[in-house]
Design a protein around this ligand. Structure first.
Ligand code: CMP
Length: 226
């Protein structure tokens, strides 16, 4: 495997929004200490409860953040993609990892150790603000999830997940992400069978229309109340 030089890293760091706010000298220092890591699809990056010490920034690929109980029952807290970071919580409060992170695809990460992360935060208010904005975004999403679990029925929860993962393309809203029903079930606290039944219901009601390429077109006017 090719080693990445500080110059390669510098060019990469300049393109990452989180680091682009750093001064040139800080960027150069950082370029010497960050490490690039590739993790194959379906691997655990770290597990809840571990005391690992790195921040991870996703350069490419997607990961899921999940928790599980002693019987192996899992809940997916979030799916994170390119440009997003994880692993900051344990670095901020010195507690064990709050959740397990697993790759959904082969992922390339940029990692930074605790000391370098803290130095960056201490010397750069803009970067500290970006990290805070990331935390606030997560809190808003977690609030929305609590609201869904408490106030929506399974039909509404599935519809909301489909909307969240879809994108507007021209005058249509399309779901291109391959979202296994098992994963949708783990996001909303339902069984896979229930999600399949609800998806069928959504299709029958004309809320989602399956396309030959495996994607779905979502009809927003029918989902406005989610
Ligand atoms: P840390 O606790 O170090 O390790 C697990 C990471 O998962 C955590 O830092 C966050 O980066 C991330 N994480 C935890 N909870 C959520 C959540 N609700 N949404 C998105 N990411 C999360």
């Amino acid at each position: 495997m090719r080693e990445h030089s500080p110059q390669d890293n510098l060019e990469l760091l300049r393109r990452v929004p989180l680091f682009s706010v750093l001064e040139p000298t800080q960027l150069e220092l950082l370029a010497r200490v960050v490490i690039r890591k590739t993790v194959a699809k379906g691997r655990s990056v770290f597990s809840a409860g571990e005391m690992s010490q790195s921040l991870y920034l996703i350069l490419s690929g997607r990961t899921k953040v999940q928790m599980s109980d002693a019987e192996g029952k899992e809940v997916i807290l979030a799916v994170l993609g390119s440009g997003e970071f994880f692993g900051e919580m344990a670095l901020i409060d010195d507690q064990p990892r709050s959740a397990t992170v697993v790759t959904l695809e082969t992922c390339e990460f940029l990692t930074m150790n605790k000391e370098d992360f803290r130095n960056c935060l201490a010397s750069n208010t803009e970067m500290a603000t970006l990290i805070m904005r990331g935390l606030v975004k997560r809190l808003r999403e977690a609030d929305r999830k609590i609201e869904s679990l408490a106030l929506l029925d399974v039909y509404g929860r599935v519809a909301r997940v489909l909307l969240e993962f879809s994108e507007v393309e021209g005058d249509r809203r399309v779901l291109r992400d391959k979202l296994p029903r098992q994963d949708v079930a783990k996001m909303i606290g339902a069984s896979r069978e229930m999600v399949s039944r609800v998806m069928k219901g959504l299709e029958t009601d004309g809320f989602i229309v399956a396309q030959p390429d495996g994607s779905f077109v979502l009809h927003e006017n029918r989902s406005a109340h989610y």
